[in-house]
Design a protein around this ligand. Structure first.
Ligand SMILES: NC(=O)c1ccc[n+]([C@@H]2O[C@H](COP(=O)([O-])OP(=O)(O)OC[C@H]3O[C@@H](n4cnc5c(N)ncnc54)[C@H](OP(=O)(O)O)[C@@H]3O)[C@@H](O)[C@H]2O)c1
Length: 433
């Protein structure tokens, strides 16, 4: 009897799709790809927008421009969606799932916006919906949370999940350059998009936090917007201050337990202690740091982007889905823990770094300190630097309630002696944030 053939349709042959098809078509890998050498995989078609583009490693006869027709075929077992964005990706995925075809995607935007409905649709139709590469590219963090850590009570997940912002912050830190210069360099090297908003305003990191949190804690995958702050206001002087104080500034995605049933989910720049494992993650690398009650600290580090690393994670999902097909089963979607509630970012306590540009005149410090006092934000340390137009004050607070810190900032901005508010950045100090 011939071994079962699992038939795969791929939509999208860009960076990731092209690398995936090459991996799937590599005959030297087939023994490793099949489960106990009992199953083979066949790529039946690859949908693209422009069939005339040269595609290394993809036979021209496999190409089609009709992705919906491919997604609707009832002779495929798995559809891999690698085009990105909400539409038409959602339409293709829904068409496949309604047919009972399992879906593998790397699309974090779609999963963070429609993941719950798509997971239900998959389950109702006896199909799988896997999305390992949607967070951390080639880093197998979602499978670890879903399987290896399924029995662990996780306290906190903190990740550098956006390579673009980590590249920019690393450059600012190692070369002392400002944000605009580092961004221009990242764009020239292809690490940042021409429109970097999704990365630098932390939309991308926030979507990934939603996905990580749903698997780590059982929060709703889709729904309430999570707290998000971009990194555009971080200046070279803030990065220098952080270095002098023993910290590194990183854009973090964080999901953590607050008390027994509270969960905080957010994405923002943070000052990370130089000795923390996340502080040594440089350039475009990604890392996810997990703290479990029994497991203690764990960290995954790797390439958060790139065609081949990401295709490796996609391939892992394809193989899982293929094994399930052959054994006639599908994974049950993660469940939501209804006892959890979201804690507003304003209610959290943290140490903060605050920098303000001030007038170079007597009495400024007293006026500024009194605003901190009015809002019960106590100062741990203060640094005064510059003269004239460059005069500047930088503070590290003691642990304070975030909404009080924001009220302090609002009132500081109203003082005549304050020219502008520079940065207001959380400091990771080991306690709950
Ligand atoms: N690149 C990474 O490092 C990375 C990392 C993690 C996750 N991801 C995710 O992986 C997915 C793919 O990313 P990518 O970087 O490979 O994207 P990409 O290079 O822009 O490729 C997109 C592909 O989709 C095709 N396409 C677009 N609209 C289509 C349509 N309506 N019908 C058929 N094909 C269509 C394009 O066709 P043409 O080739 O004809 O233009 C292209 O082949 C995205 O969800 C992304 O967020 C990417």
């Amino acid at each position: 009897m011939n071994p079962p053939v699992v038939r795969v349709g791929v939509v999208g042959a860009g960076f990731v799709g092209n690398a995936l098809v090459r991996l799937l078509n590599d005959p030297s890998r087939h023994v490793a790809l099949v489960d106990a050498a009992t199953t083979s995989l066949e790529v039946v078609a690859v949908a693209v927008e422009d069939p005339k583009k040269p595609r290394d490693g993809i036979a021209p006869e496999l190409l089609t421009t009709d992705a919906l027709a491919l997604a609707s075929r009832d002779d495929i077992d798995i559809l891999v969606e690698l085009i990105g964005g909400i539409e038409p990706a959602r339409t293709y995925i829904e068409a496949a799932l309604r047919n009972g075809v399992s879906v593998v995607t790397a699309n974090k935007t779609l999963m963070a916006e429609c993941g719950t409905a798509l997971a239900q649709l998959a389950h109702q139709n006896g199909a799988d919906l896997f999305y390992e590469a949607a967070v951390g590219g080639g880093i197998p963090i979602l499978r670890a949370l879903r399987s290896s850590l399924a029995g662990e009570r996780i306290e906190r997940v903190m990740g550098i999940v956006n390579g673009t912002t980590n590249y920019i912050l690393s450059k600012m830190s190692s070369e002392g350059i400002d944000y605009e210069t580092a961004l221009a360099e990242a764009q020239a090297l292809g690490y940042a998009e021409a429109d970097p908003t999704a990365d630098v305003e932390a939309f991308d990191a926030a979507a990934k936090v939603q996905i990580l949190s749903s698997l780590a804690f059982g929060t709703e995958l889709v729904g309430e917007q999570i707290s998000r702050e971009g990194m555009v206001g971080v200046r070279a002087i803030d990065v220098e201050f952080a270095q002098r104080a023993g910290y590194v500034i990183k854009l973090l995605g964080v999901a953590e337990r607050i008390g027994e049933n509270g969960i905080s989910r957010r994405a923002h720049p943070a000052m990370v202690p130089a000795e923390h494992p996340l502080a040594s993650v440089h350039g475009a690398m990604n890392a996810v740091f997990v703290e479990g009650t029994k497991s203690g600290p764990l960290m995954w580090l790797g390439q958060g982007a790139g065609g081949e690393p990401t295709a490796t994670a996609v391939l892992g999902d394809v193989l899982d889905a293929a094994r399930n097909r052959v054994s006639g089963r599908h994974d049950i979607p993660f469940s939501v823990d209804e006892t959890l509630h979201s804690v507003s970012a304003g209610d959290l306590t943290s140490v903060f770094y605050i920098s303000i540009d001030v007038a170079d005149q007597p009495g400024v410090l007293a006026a500024v300190a009194s605003v901190f006092g009015e809002h019960e934000v106590s100062i741990q340390s203060m640094e005064q630097s510059g003269f004239g137009d460059e005069a500047r004050l930088a503070f590290l607070t003691h642990r304070a309630v975030t909404r009080n810190v924001h009220a302090t900032i609002d009132d500081l901005a109203k003082l005549d002696c304050v020219d502008s508010i520079g940065a207001c950045i959380r400091v990771i100090d080991g306690g709950g944030q």
